[in-house]
Design a binder for this molecule. Sequence first.
Ligand SMILES: Cc1ncc(COP(=O)(O)O)c(C=O)c1O
Length: 398
Amino acid sequence: MRISPAAARVNSVFEDIESSQACQLVLDANQESGRFLHYQGQRLLHFGNCSYLGLDLEPTIREAARSAIDLYGMNNSMSRTFAHIPLFEQTEAAFTENFGQPAVVTLSTTYVHLSAMPVFIAPDDAIVVDFQAHASLQMAVTLMKGYGCRVETVGHNAWKALRQRVARLSKTHEHIWYVADGVYSMFGDTIDIAAVDALMDEFPGLHLYVDDAHGAGWTGHNGSGVALDQLRHRHRTLLAFSLSKVYGCGLGGILICPNETSASQFRRTGASLIFMNPPPASMLAPALLAAQLMRTPELQQRRARLDALIRYFIAASEQRALALVDKSHTPIFFLRLGLPGDALRMGHQLLQRGFYANPVGYPAVPMRSAGLRITLTTHLHEADIDQLLDTVLALQAD
Ligand SMILES: Cc1ncc(COP(=O)(O)O)c(C=O)c1O
């Protein structure tokens, strides 16, 4: 059967991937330590994990999932709208306390986008999406185009261009949405909240829809991330984030709403909340615990440890004159190498030397911006960073 031109472009990258032995790795069954990825009997230092605070392996979180299965079973195969277990309200209350605004839990971040946009964005609204916004956001705005919204793409963090678009669209549209990431998942740079706030001051019809999957949890007040924590115009903002990264739950997404009215409208009308199987107890119970953990001194220690590792990584890469795409204080760094084949080659050579980092290519980044994505978690040590950077430098020199 023929495939679409867009799929064919992605498929061509996969032809390289299949011969590279650097992606689609089938890992060993034992993945206990967090510091290492176990692959074909080898221990690889793990620089590809987004559980930045190490909660993925936290024993109490894992125990919460097990106990929830014992109590509620594997699955409550009935829409939340019909009936649901009390873990929904408990989990949402815990995140509401952390963020200071109502939280609604769903199966995944992508489902938050696909469900929230059709509820809060009307067909006569305009959407301006950042060029580097996550694929899940791009998918959701494409859906909104089908509903009749005017959708435009703007350069990445291009505030002057965004201002021009908003000024022009304000003449024809009462509501305009800027759709962006909080922490960008590939290059690790961030949204400029002061710039967004200034535009929202100037244009009262401007709204923000932000995905802070990689910012929530490890930074901001009680883990409220890079976006909402500093934003003044919270009442014109929707914030989505993931429970499967920092929160270590393996599944789940949250929408933070401006007020209780919006939250209950979302619960009543969001497609994934009314038509789909609800999140299982084995996800909700760990999410509740992770949300409560955000307010503990133990978590502050983990955050301090991650901050120290981020600072160490930036200093160590500067010392070695390693050209990272961006040096924002986040746990994600990206070394641009060129075409997808260059990234796959580097990924494979690192595997052979005992390291794992994500070789990333199109469509996650533009075709000629393939490279190595390096993520930091509290499982790692400073010496691990030195070893990785020295090895990357030696490979680049070859
Ligand atoms: C920024 C961002 N948003 C959304 C997603 C998708 O999350 P989910 O699997 O919860 O739908 C990801 C996944 O990696 C992501 O990096």
